[in-house]
Design a protein around this ligand. Structure first.
Ligand SMILES: Cc1ncc(C[n+]2csc(CCOP(=O)(O)OP(=O)(O)O)c2C)c(N)n1
Length: 320
């Protein structure tokens, strides 16, 4: 693990956590409206994967995607402005929290439709192949999407046509209020990929080092064999599904027990124990993050709303 920049990982995970908690605060102040899904608890997953991706790679995610956009390089200020519904948002204020998008950063959404990113990722990877452009395509989705037909259609086609996509299932155990066991007869999700002859592996999404290790293996396989790969990372969201969720489907005890595996806490302890960082340095990181957050909020606040006369603009765009 020598080549891993652990301090950067910690900084990014702490930044995601703060961005999400701040978004919640801004939601209660009615600065952010509409839907809002937080990634609190799942930070190690996206951070580990994205630490291995390059600028030119394609990434797609779900509506729980603020962190994915951020680590793909979309500026925090334009993410915040998007959540505020402002014209300087990365989707020009038209998408909100669930529809972050940036062609420039090759972050292709953000999508409210469960499973919608999968076939689009297959298409993007196919386009890269056809254009002979060397880039990876990675799509993140929840275990809820694995129950859908579109999951099977996407994996089947990618396998049949040798399309190199990395499918990453963020298995946080619940699709809204429905647990995996209540909705799926086969809960070993890697088996669902295997029926399409897609090589698959499961990992610990609460452990950033395990995520990196498994993703590294997936990347080298996909790059060498030009075939798809399925990764399932088990994780847990510490917050409700969205802003409207009384959480009747899980107990406080269960949530508290998962919090013992808090990925940020784990990484902090790992680094402190090995004297790879000090408490003072961590505090400095927190202060730096706070500054970045305040700057982004200021930017979003000042950003104008789109004038109504622009309503017919930007309906179509050439993304490739
Ligand atoms: C095609 C479709 N069906 C149903 C919904 C309603 N819905 C929104 S979120 C969600 C749960 C999805 O859970 P999962 O895929 O596990 O992702 P998570 O929210 O846990 O990250 C559902 C069913 C939807 N948005 N799209």
């Amino acid at each position: 693990m020598t080549s891993i920049n652990c301090r950067k990982l910690l900084f990014e995970m702490m930044m995601i956590r703060r961005m999400e908690e701040l978004s919640l605060e801004l939601y209660t102040k009615e600065k952010i409206r509409g839907f809002l899904h937080l990634y609190v608890g799942q930070e190690a997953l996206v951070t580990g994967v994205m630490s291995l991706l390059r600028k030119e790679d394609n990434v797609m995610a779900t509506y729980r995607e603020h962190a994915h956009a951020l680590l793909k390089g979309v500026p925090l200020s334009s993410i915040m402005a998007e959540m505020f519904g402002k014209s300087q948002g990365c989707s020009k204020g038209r998408g909100g929290s669930m529809h972050l998008f940036s062609k420039e950063h090759r972050f292709f959404g953000g999508n409210a439709i469960v499973g919608a990113g999968l076939p689009q990722a297959v298409g993007l990877a196919f386009a890269s192949l056809s254009q002979n452009v060397k880039r990876n395509t990675v799509v993140f989705f929840g275990e809820g999407a694995v129950a859908e037909g579109i999951f099977h259609e996407s994996l089947n086609l990618a396998s049949l046509w040798n399309i190199p996509v990395i499918f990453i299932c963020e298995n946080n155990l619940y699709a809204m209020g429905t647990s995996l066991e209540r909705s799926q007869a086969q809960t070993e999700l890697t088996k669902k990929a295997q029926v399409h002859n897609v090589i698959s592996q499961a990992g610990d999404g609460m452990d950033v080092f395990d995520v990196i290790e498994k993703t590294r293996q997936a990347l080298s396989y996909v790059e060498e064999k030009k075939k798809p790969y399925f990764l399932e990372f088990k994780t847990y969201r510490f917050r409700p599904h969205s802003m409207f969720d009384p959480e009747l489907y899980r107990s406080k005890k269960e949530i508290e027990s998962w919090k013992k595996s808090d990925p940020i806490l784990k990484l902090r302890v790992h680094l402190l124990d090995r004297e790879m960082i000090t408490e003072v340095e961590i505090k400095k990181m927190e202060d730096d993050i706070e500054l970045l957050m305040q700057e982004a909020v200021l930017f979003a606040d000042k950003s104008p709303l789109e004038p109504v006369t622009d309503l017919e603009k930007n309906l179509y765009e050439d993304v490739l």
